[in-house]
Write a protein that binds this ligand. Structure first.
Ligand code: G3P
Length: 218
């Protein structure tokens, strides 16, 4: 399973990239607005830090506008992935952009039929939003399983399932169990994936016992 980080915060990305655990980055207009920085400059900086796909979302909502913006963003670096919404126009733009060799992440996916259509449009990634479905009392995890099942039924559908709107380590675990290809995870949740109180407690004990031996390994 690949891990992307869901943020436009360049410092966070730099720090997480140093762990070697990062396979890519996703941003969205809300995350960009949060930084208060220039969008294209931010994407350029992120692409210089991370080799994997870096999602940059278009602002236009008509197909021609999305294609025009997508081409401008794709010029920034070869790993830019254009994010388009899961609308009729978004899928038209997806087809045009993928046909010219640009990676596309179709975002705001909330049901299995939408994911099927994104794959038919040649999307590189589809982003089902788990947390936002859970927020309205539906089951985000069930959606990931359904998409996985549908894509596995047809060899011609090569779109990768990118679990998005992840809010907790449990969302990551269930995405992995359901066979998501990628999880895009907020920095805080990514750090939490590594933590366990028994790990901390065990390490404390081992360190104390080691110190009692008075030895040094180096
Ligand atoms: O980047 C898309 C997605 O991950 C947004 O998550 O938490 O705003 O629903 P959230």
């Amino acid at each position: 399973m690949k891990f992307f980080v869901d943020t436009a915060d360049v410092d966070e990305i730099r720090e997480l990239a140093e762990t070697g655990l990062l396979d890519g980055v996703t941003t969205n207009p809300s995350l960009v607005a949060k930084t208060g920085r220039d969008f294209k400059e931010t994407i350029k900086e992120i692409c210089a830090i991370v080799d994997g796909p870096v999602s940059a979302e278009v602002a236009a909502i008509d197909a021609d506008g999305m294609v025009t913006e997508g081409r401008v963003l794709a010029e920034i670096a070869s790993n830019v992935t254009i994010k388009v919404p899961l609308t009729f126009d978004g899928l038209k733009a997806c087809r045009t952009l993928t046909q010219s060799g640009t990676m596309v992440n179709v975002t705001l996916c909330f049901n299995a039929n939408q994911a099927l259509m994104a794959a038919k449009a040649g999307a590189t990634f589809v982003s089902p939003f788990i947390g936002r479905l859970d927020d309205i009392g539906l089951d985000g995890m069930e959606l990931i399983s359904e998409i996985r099942m549908i894509y596995d039924n047809y060899d011609a559908l090569e779109t990768q399932v990118l679990a998005a709107s992840i809010r907790s380590p449990n969302h990551v675990k269930i995405s992995a169990l359901a066979g998501a290809d990628v999880a895009t995870v907020p920095p805080g949740v990514l750090r939490d994936l590594i933590k366990h109180p028994l790990t901390d407690k065990g390490l404390e004990m081992f360190t104390a016992d080691w110190n009692k031996t008075g030895q040094s390994i180096t």
